[in-house]
Design a protein around this ligand. Structure first.
Ligand SMILES: [Zn+2]
Length: 273
């Protein structure tokens, strides 16, 4: 997004000041889109696509890697005790994973593949399994695929895959053009590809398979916080296994570099110094 400013959009915080006095002192997570409520998209129920929106730590709004952060009260969700701070930090990406269920119908009879064993791929896979879908994860990292085994989710290394145009749904969480190309080879005619991450294609992408096989492509971004909080409170999703390391905010630059390395899942920043 070309954003310059304070980063950070996955956070847990305590409310220290609000005109809504009942919120003060509560432990909260926050939806990241701040919307106008007046534009045509807001008025038609598409406020997450508000034309005038700012997005925490991403677009025209300083984010959460700071001592204090501001959000409208309407964006906040008070956390139940059953969701500890570590788990709470995953509400935002987990909500994005739940968004897949809002957009695509899955059932136990459908063949569904998640491409990519990064943070989001592993959350999406758990959400689909939780919805009763016999999902399979394709990835490059043996340790991540071992996590799938722990969760009773089928997985295969990328090197073993021979695409057969036989999947009803492919959720691409690779964030790469190569992932999207593979998804086009894996999905069946009239099947669905869900794109969960944006990528900047460095080479021309051949979109002919979309036409020839009449494939639906669904872009998918933010999702329902309430469902994510509930799933974490009910321990239906394991996020603790995704935490790679905890670091202090004064180690923030180092933490960013670590989080950017291939194979590293989640690095948590704490505000304690
Ligand atoms: Zn709006």
């Amino acid at each position: 997004m070309g954003f310059r400013g304070i980063l950070g959009h996955e956070f847990v915080a305590e409310v220290v000041s609000s005109p809504h006095k009942d919120l003060v002192g509560e432990r909260v997570v926050g939806e990241i889109n701040v919307v106008c409520g007046r534009c045509d998209l807001c008025l038609s129920g598409l406020s997450s696509h508000c034309r005038n929106r700012t997005v925490l730590g991403i677009q025209n709004r300083d984010g959460a890697f700071a001592d204090f952060v501001r959000l409208p009260a309407v964006n906040l969700h008070v956390l139940p005790k059953g969701v500890d701070d570590d788990a709470a930090v995953f509400v935002e990406p987990l909500a994005a994973a739940f968004q897949v269920l809002k957009q695509v119908k899955v059932d136990p009879k459908k063949w569904v593949t998640v491409l990519g064993d990064g943070r989001l791929g592993l959350l999406v896979a758990q959400v689909l399994r939780d919805a009763g879908c016999p999902v399979r994860v394709i990835g490059k990292h043996a340790d991540k695929l071992a996590l799938c085994e722990k969760w009773s989710i089928r997985s295969r290394p990328l090197s073993d895959i021979a695409p057969r145009h036989d999947q009803d749904v492919v959720v691409d969480c690779t964030g790469s053009a190569a992932g999207f190309e593979l998804a086009m080879q894996m999905v069946r005619p009239r099947g669905t590809i869900v794109l969960k991450s944006t990528f900047a294609a460095g080479k021309p992408l051949n979109l002919a398979p979309l036409v020839i096989d009449e494939i639906n492509v669904v872009g998918s971004r933010c999702g329902p916080f309430r469902e994510a909080v509930k799933a974490l409170a009910e321990k239906r999703i394991d996020v603790a296994s995704l935490i790679h390391r905890r670091m202090r905010i004064d180690q923030g630059v180092e933490a960013m570099e670590l989080a950017g390395r291939p194979g590293v899942l989640k690095v948590l920043l704490t505000m304690d110094t």
